[in-house]
Structure formats: structure tokens, C-alpha cells
Design a protein around this ligand. Sequence first.
Ligand SMILES: Nc1ncnc2c1ncn2[C@@H]1O[C@H](COP(=O)(O)OP(=O)(O)OP(=O)(O)O)[C@@H](O)[C@H]1O
Ligand SMILES: [Mg+2]
Length: 339
Amino acid sequence: MFLEKIIREYEGTVVIISHDRYLLDAVVTHIAELEDGKLTVFTGDYSSFIADKETRSVRQEEMFRAQKHQIDRLQAAIKRYAIWGKVYDNEDFARKAKSMQKRLDKMDKVEKPVTDRRKMDFQITGWRGSNKVLELAGVSKSFGEKRVFSDLNETIWHGERVGLIGANGAGKSVLMRMILGQEFPDAGEIKIGPSVVVGHYAQEHETLDFNQSALDAVRSVSALNESKATAFLLRYLFTYKQVSQKIGEFSGGERSRLQLALLVLSGANFLLLDEPTNNLDIASSEVLEQALEDFVGTALIISHDRYFLDRTVDRLLVIEDGRLAEYQGGYSDYLEKKG
Ligand SMILES: Nc1ncnc2c1ncn2[C@@H]1O[C@H](COP(=O)(O)OP(=O)(O)OP(=O)(O)O)[C@@H](O)[C@H]1O
Ligand SMILES: [Mg+2]
């Protein structure tokens, strides 16, 4: 990969903000994680960082439990001595209680491990539509002199998870817009199955109205009342404050998350996702992977996230020089076949 090569050959120091787990594994020597307002630096690549983090979290859990046991015992003893001190009017007991309390106060407390970090609650329901979901027959498209596609032929069947890849400018987004009917082919036909309901996730958040609040957005695509809509947004990791905040003020990741939430409400059974993991943090991407696994409908996914593709799709369409080539499997299988 071009980017990997540049980073590897660059002689200076490189700091990368990325959710691309393959890229991180390929080029980094350290991982700095920002969590709960604290920055921790780890030496190693992403996979070892995750393995180490899991080990540490298990160990911390054990230490926390052992220490809690000790604290409980100390506290019980302090209480006992304090009572005895009073009942028997005995200085010794009272002093003992005090010194134990000091010991307890000075103890280095093991932090309670966060076992249940809030993850995005992303569930796409979907329902069974027609068997043939999408058919491209002899589709061609040009912009002026520039020919983007010539004679595309492809069928996508119910339940398939298809990845769509290609270089920047290859025409992935244009193809999606044509499927959505926002753009028209110069020749050929694009057919969508009769009971197919398309849900679209746009690359540049075009489907969001930046002047709306998150709550307005949810209520405009659903019949949820205010408290139900609020509860729904909280499940998507939005805070109470953000629920009434303008979408224009949201961060990229927050907008992505909102758009995915709206997709859930749409009841679609054919998802067109244009770079869904861009801006999503790793925890949210993993929830999206899980949600796609549970989803019973069909999905066509544009992504440059190789790790995500490996985990979600069973077939790849590659746009190259205006044509579609097909590969079975995920991104790694494709790389292997290409050599
Ligand atoms: N409305 C338009 N008018 C003229 N040219 C266009 C138009 N829309 C897209 N193009 C051109 O069509 C080509 C394909 O664009 P497209 O947005 O589909 O690329 P892409 O594969 O999605 O790329 P990326 O990976 O960067 O998102 C590009 O060269 C682009 O400049
Ligand atoms: Mg695009």
C-alpha cells in the first residue's frame, strides 16, 4: 500500500490518528490511547496493544477484587475497634481503630476496571425482500469526456454482503448514487427488486440537515415521541445534552453515529453504505460489524477499511478502468488472489 510505504520510508517521526487496524499493525511502533481523559502510551503494534490491554484488564479486575476484600475486612475491624473503644472506654481500641483508618487512607487504591465501556447499540432489523435485490445490465456512465463506467453487468442476491472497492475517483460513490436514482446511466438499466427498501449511508453526511437537532432528525423519520426518541439516542451513545444540540455542531464521528442510528429507524432491507467506518472509533466499528452480521437483509458496502471488509463481506466487487471484477471472500482473499 502506498500510504504504508510512505510512512515506513519516512525518516522523521510520524503521528497517525487512525481507526485502520491493519495500517496500525503495519507501520506503528507505539500506540497512544486516549481514554477517559487519560493518555497511555504502549510500545508495540495495534494487535499486541489489544492483547496487552485485555490481559491488563483481567489482571486489574483480579487485583481490584482482592483489594476490595482487604478493604472490607479493614473497615469491619475499624468499626469493631471503634465500638469497643466507646463501650469499654478503652484508649487502646480507639487508637487501633485510628491507625487502621490511616492505613486504609494511605492504601494505593486499584481503580475499578471499566468492563462495560459504552458501545454503540446498533441493530439493523431488515426484513426479507425479493430474491434478486439489484441488477445492473449494460450500465455505462460518463461525465462529459470522462468515462466512469462502461457496460457493467452484475446481480446482487438477497442476503449477500458485498464489498465495493476501487481507487479514489474510480466511481464507487457514483455507482451508489445511480442505484439510489440520484444519478442516471447513459446506457443500460438498473433494476431494484419489487419489495426492496433501500437504506443509504452517505460518505459526506449529505443526508443530514445540519440545522436540525439530533432529536428533530429522529422524530422526522419515525413516529417516536420525545421521550422514546431521547431514549433511542442515548442507546447510540449520545448524551442528554447532545440530544437537543444542532447536528452542525457534532463531530464527524457523532454525525456518522447519528446517521447509522437513523438508518436503523428506516426499516431498510438493502443497505448501501459509503465508507461507514470513517470517523467511527474502533468500538463503534466493531458494533457495526456485529450488527451487519445479525442483519438479515442485503448490504453493499464501499470501504477502504480492509479489516472491516474482511469481517463483514463475503464477496468483493472491484472497479478498475470503468469495469467491475468480482472476487469471492474478503479483502485479504482478494489480495492473495491478486498476488
Ligand atoms: N457530478 C459530477 N460531474 C462530473 N464529474 C463527476 C461528478 N460526480 C463524480 N464525478 C467524477 O467521477 C469520478 C468518480 O467519482 P466517485 O465520487 O464515484 O469516486 P469514488 O470511487 O467514490 O472515490 P473515493 O474513494 O474518493 O470516494 C471522479 O473522477 C469524479 O471526479
Ligand atoms: Mg466516494
